[in-house]
Design a protein around this ligand. Structure first.
Ligand SMILES: Cc1ncc(COP(=O)(O)O)c(C=O)c1O
Length: 492
């Protein structure tokens, strides 16, 4: 008993209720303090590779250790090894954030520890997922014909969509596979050159091979060139290949460009192809009524992936696949051994029928709590503000002769670079600008006060500022603009 009071594990069973309550309060206090002081922490972890491993014992403790000491070690060892995605000046990749109701949802879901493989193993998870995803569908203005299902990430959502598309081709791939078959034509998937690398990983994982992927060129605004798409499909058909899936991106990773889905739809329809929309990043913005047109055309697509863990304040992970053909998804994946058969199986949905996983986390709970706590209007207001801040930052870039925008700014991402005047010839100038911009980015990131990332556009190193963190305000956006200009002054 004395041991328990010190926060040691009892000889058997879990931590006592009293200890759980005590440390539970301490952990919530710790998290509150973490959010309050997060701006004082360096956004990018300052440790060197191996630093954390060197401080951790190589073998596990034989006896339990006091909980207070474990929590203290989170402070001492783990926090310095974190890159703080919750920092309000995190502008790299796609800025994302957790939120208080989302954290509560995760906490409760960990307590319930439900495995939503069948309806009966977690009726709450199964039914809440259906209802919450239908709410989100309505908030995004998507058609009623879509049914949603939760996976962990967009990579996995897209993989399941392409697997369902492949099932629709009726080549008995589920039964006979793809290897050792001489009767299979080359199956083709079309994406733009700007599509996320996850789609290429999907075709690798599904055994289609990288050879099956056709990367279609983009226009001056980084959107798929529809004439090129049409041409590529027709050429492939003439060669005897089977074009079966087009993946459009609404909100590409490099620039947040939006493929012209309305123009792609008739092409997909003409060739009876599946049109999947990767709206992992931008899909959340459709909850803002005046931004809903980013999903124009998507009502006629076959599937849409959106990541609430990107821009809907949902702790990682939670990705949603909206699909019009749940029958094909089910046909691709359902396999029910005897021990999983239940009397109600014909009447209910079993999540495990629609994917690789058997056990599924109760992810819907956090999204349900987030939607209820902020409401549709509250979520829209936050995303609208991020877009306003991105436009504000873009206006400073445009207003300065020393900086330039590198892509349109439809949402919360700004692509830009420093371009001070030099006397160099064009080719040397471009090389110098690459070096300069990379140095500016590393300089800003090294201050620990903000974190930016980069991409290459038209072979030019481009800085990316992504605004999507729930804690980001105009103050941090102004501060990063100052930091960028200070770095430019130092390096010019
Ligand atoms: C457009 C797009 N699709 C897919 C992904 C992959 O997302 P996830 O990490 O959820 O697999 C990303 C990640 O940034 C993305 O930007």
């Amino acid at each position: 008993m004395a041991e328990e009071e010190d926060g040691f594990a009892p000889a058997l069973g879990d931590m006592s209720a009293a200890e759980f309550r005590r440390f539970g309060h301490e952990v919530i206090d710790w998290i509150s303090d973490y959010f309050e002081r997060s701006e004082e922490l360096p956004v990018l972890s300052q440790i060197e590779p191996g630093d954390l491993k060197d401080q951790l014992p190589a073998s596990p403790p034989l006896k339990g250790e006091p909980m207070a000491q474990i929590i203290a070690d989170v402070d001492r060892l783990i926090v310095p090894a974190l890159t703080h995605w919750s920092h309000p000046s995190f502008f790299a990749y796609f800025a994302t954030s957790t939120s208080a109701p989302g954290i509560f949802g995760e906490l409760l879901s960990a307590a319930f520890d439900n495995k939503a493989m069948l309806w009966r193993t977690s009726p709450a998870s199964t039914e809440l997922e259906e209802v919450t995803l239908d709410w989100l569908r309505q908030m995004m203005g998507l058609d009623k014909g879509y049914t949603g299902i939760i996976y962990d990430t967009a990579s996995v959502s897209s993989m399941h969509a392409i697997a369902a598309a492949r099932e629709g081709v009726e080549l008995r791939i589920r039964e006979e596979g793809m290897s050792g078959r001489t009767d299979l034509p080359l199956l083709r998937v079309y994406v733009s050159e700007q599509a996320h690398s996850s789609i290429e990983k999907c075709v690798i994982a599904l055994g289609l091979g990288q050879r099956s992927l056709c990367k279609v060129p983009t226009d001056a605004e980084f959107r798929m060139d529809v004439a090129e798409l049409k041409r590529a499909i027709e050429e492939d058909k003439a060669k005897g290949h089977v074009p079966f899936c087009i993946v459009a991106t609404v909100g590409t990773t490099s620039t947040s460009s939006i493929d012209p889905v309305p123009d792609m739809i008739p092409i997909g329809e003409a060739h009876a192809m599946w049109l999947h929309v990767d709206a992992a990043y931008a899909g959340s913005a459709a909850v803002v009524p005046e931004l809903r047109n980013i999903l124009a055309g998507c009502d006629r697509a076959d599937s849409v992936a959106v990541n609430p863990h990107k821009w809907l304040f949902t702790p990682f992970d939670l990705s949603v696949l909206y699909c019009r053909h749940m029958d094909l998804l089910r046909r691709a994946f359902a396999l029910v051994p005897e021990y999983l058969k239940t009397p109600e199986q014909e009447k209910v949905r079993s999540g495990s029928d629609y994917g690789i996983q058997l056990g599924r986390r109760f992810r819907a709970l956090k999204l349900w709590m987030i939607i209820r706590y902020f409401g549709h209007e509250g979520l829209a207001a936050r995303i609208r503000e991020h877009c306003r801040l991105a436009k504000l930052f873009a206006s400073w870039v445009e207003g300065s002769p020393e900086w330039e925008l590198m892509a349109p700014v439809p949402l919360g991402l700004v692509c830009f670079r420093a371009c001070p005047q030099t006397d160099s010839a064009e080719e040397t100038r471009e090389k110098r600008l690459d070096v300069l911009n990379e140095a500016i980015m590393h300089g800003v990131n090294a201050t620990g006060k903000a974190l930016l990332s980069h991409t290459r556009l038209n072979d030019k190193l481009t800085l990316r500022l992504s605004i999507g963190n729930i804690r980001t305000t105009e103050k941090q956006v102004r501060q990063v603009w100052e930091l960028l200009n200070e770095e430019l002054k130092k390096l010019r």
